[in-house]
Write a protein that binds this ligand. Structure first.
Ligand code: HEM
Length: 552
């Protein structure tokens, strides 16, 4: 047999595979991999009657070459349903490019650059777009919008019988969210303030000790993380973590949780590979530890019984029997673990960005401190959130730092269902497309925040402003595009708790201490700290080194 006789069938097989994969997307990596290896082998045997190495190589190269070329050509062709949407070429070709971008931690910044270059709607993957147009907020995230995309699937542990709230859709989400909302009522929030106050006292005690040392320097972001993590542990499982008292992540759990979310946020771009990953011994160590962590803490919380002060577990478990059908233990367990992720990294991210904005704007910092002093002349009242409404400048500073540095910087996508399409921001978006509304890019768009959208200007939140202006001459502040807590039915379930927490912590810190950048810090640990921010659904950053002195 002439080797060329293999070429035509191998090309046809490659094209047939493209047609198949276009219709039936893989749900894992091992099955397609098996068939991608087996098919050219079978073809070689069928056509040549033997399995000579040279024929196998020829058939495999032709088959894989045709399949890859056909996929790339189609994705870049004018026949692709997203061909009309501009974007970086490599993004259109493969999601593996998206994985590389996600690993860099630069996804949010990159998306903003691409929007600046190409406009409001850009293509960020073969079947993925990113939109920064204001209309998209309501039409995608609001009532009648879209459900969460397949990107979220790996965020749930497939071996558990229940998914966490962030991964639920439709009625199942609404039911779970109803329970969460009860846990976030004004009455519940008052109860949580007491839990937070205890942890905040611990933080202040530890900072007092550091302030007494000769150098009095510390990584403030680290101590803020200890506080938010301990607090979320108290909320979700009635305690169990003592990073503030231990002065660190003694059993490494915080590191494991962050690594787990980071890895998941990267792999979620090629989520079909995750089931294969989970089959490889050793690679699912993180998931195993998280599972053990959840069940150990849930077990401890159940054993200790209802707390005097109602924590989040109390509500999630429906310990006061509001629900006809009680939530199951796995449901509460996964939500408890999720609360720790969702509630600690975001709040510490918000507080760290706020601190950095203050330290880089000493004039505003001085005014915020004066405001805190006047609202809380008696430091004993600092844990009373009733007065938060009077902290106008401090709140504006948080709005502004959350605008510039939203903790979930790229957001998570929604997806157009199969068999449907949408017109969003005047663009046709076909079935199956995942749509990102990246808070970082949206909140820095001059169409929504003008002038100086990249500049820290908290007073923009205090001035009267118009929403839109055709010639961009007037100030613009479009509240609808403030997405740091997302928007709609699946926005942050604990937005009000988060606001109380960050304001209370910032007030307490400013009332008691003066902060300035540490002399020993590198630029990335001080003045240029913002450049070190990496976006992995959780935030990664350099240390934020400060010098601390007590004010009294
Ligand atoms: C400043 C602090 C916070 C920020 C900026 C923030 C931001 C967000 C964002 C952007 C989302 C949507 C995520 C997505 O769609 O993928 C979200 C969801 C969520 N957050 Fe927060 N969050 C904060 C604090 C908290 C806290 C303290 C908790 C407490 C337990 C919490 C619980 C949740 C929950 C349960 C969801 C999922 C809601 C749902 O799917 O219905 N968050 N948060």
């Amino acid at each position: 047999m002439a080797p060329t006789e293999l070429l035509v069938p191998a090309v046809l097989l490659g094209l047939a595979n493209h047609v198949y994969f276009k219709r039936y997307e893989p749900t894992n990596a091992h099955t397609p991999l098996f068939f991608l290896i087996a098919q050219p082998l079978g073809l070689t045997y069928l056509v040549s009657g033997s399995l000579s190495v040279s024929n196998i190589l020829l058939a495999t190269a032709t088959f894989i070459g045709t399949l890859s070329t056909s996929i790339v050509a189609y994705r870049l062709s004018p026949w692709h349903p997203l061909a009309h949407i501009p974007g970086p070429m490599l993004a259109k070709v493969s999601k593996w490019w998206g994985v590389k971008l996600a690993i860099s931690g630069n996804r949010a910044r990159f998306m903003k650059e691409q929007h600046d270059r190409y406009g409001d709607v850009i293509r960020m993957g073969p079947n993925e777009v990113s939109i920064v147009h204001a209309d998209a907020v309501r039409s995608i995230l609001g009532t009648g919008g879209l459900q969460k995309g397949s990107y979220y699937e790996p965020f749930s542990d497939a071996t558990l019988p229940s998914k966490s709230i962030v991964n639920l859709k439709g009625d199942m989400h609404d039911n779970r969210r109803r329970i969460w909302n009860r846990g976030m009522s004004s009455e519940s929030l008052r109860g949580y303030e007491g839990i937070l106050a205890i942890r905040l006292e611990q933080l202040l005690d530890r900072l007092d000790e550091i302030a007494k040392t000769p150098k009095a320097e510390l990584d403030i972001s680290e101590w803020i993380s200890y506080l938010t993590f301990d607090f979320m542990g108290d909320m979700a499982f009635g305690g169990g973590f003592n990073m503030l008292l231990d002065g660190g992540d003694k059993d490494g759990m915080w590191g494991v949780i962050k690594l787990g979310v980071k890895a998941t946020s990267i792999l979620a771009h090629v989520n079909w590979i995750v089931p294969t990953f989970n089959m490889i011994p050793g690679l699912n160590e993180i998931t195993d530890r998280l599972r053990r962590f959840g069940s150990e803490n849930a077990g401890r919380r159940i054993k200790s019984g209802p707390k005097e002060t109602r924590d989040l577990w109390y509500h999630l478990m429906d310990e006061d029997s509001h629900e006809k059908v009680k939530p199951t233990l796995p449901e509460v367990l996964v939500d408890g673990v999720f609360a720790i992720v969702a509630g600690s990294d975001t709040s510490s991210g918000a507080l760290n960005a706020f601190m950095w904005c203050m330290l880089t704007h000493p004039d505003i910092y001085a005014r915020v401190q004066a405001e805190v002093d006047s609202v809380y002349p008696d430091p004993q009242t600092l844990f009373d959130s009733e007065k938060h409404g009077e902290l106008k400048l401090l709140t504006a500073c948080f709005h502004e730092s959350l605008r510039l540095f939203p903790p979930v910087a790229s957001g998570g996508p929604r997806q157009v269902p199969i068999g449907e399409s949408r017109i969003v921001a005047g663009q046709y978006i076909p079935e199956h497309t995942q749509i990102f509304l990246p808070p970082y890019a949206i909140q820095r768009s001059p169409k929504h925040y003008f002038p100086a959208p990249d500049t820290f200007d908290p007073e923009r939140w205090l001035r009267a402003s118009s929403e839109t202006d055709a010639d961009n001459s007037k100030e613009i502040l479009n509240h609808n595009t403030f997405l740091a807590f997302s928007y709609g039915a699946a926005n942050c379930a604990a937005k009000h708790l988060a606001w109380r927490e960050i304001i209370m912590v910032a007030s307490a810190l400013f009332r008691r201490y003066n902060f300035e950048f540490a002399k020993s810090g590198t630029p990335l640990q001080t003045t240029r700290w913002d450049e070190s921010l990496g976006d992995y659904y959780v935030t990664e950053a350099e240390k934020l080194l400060v010098h601390i002195t007590r004010r009294d």
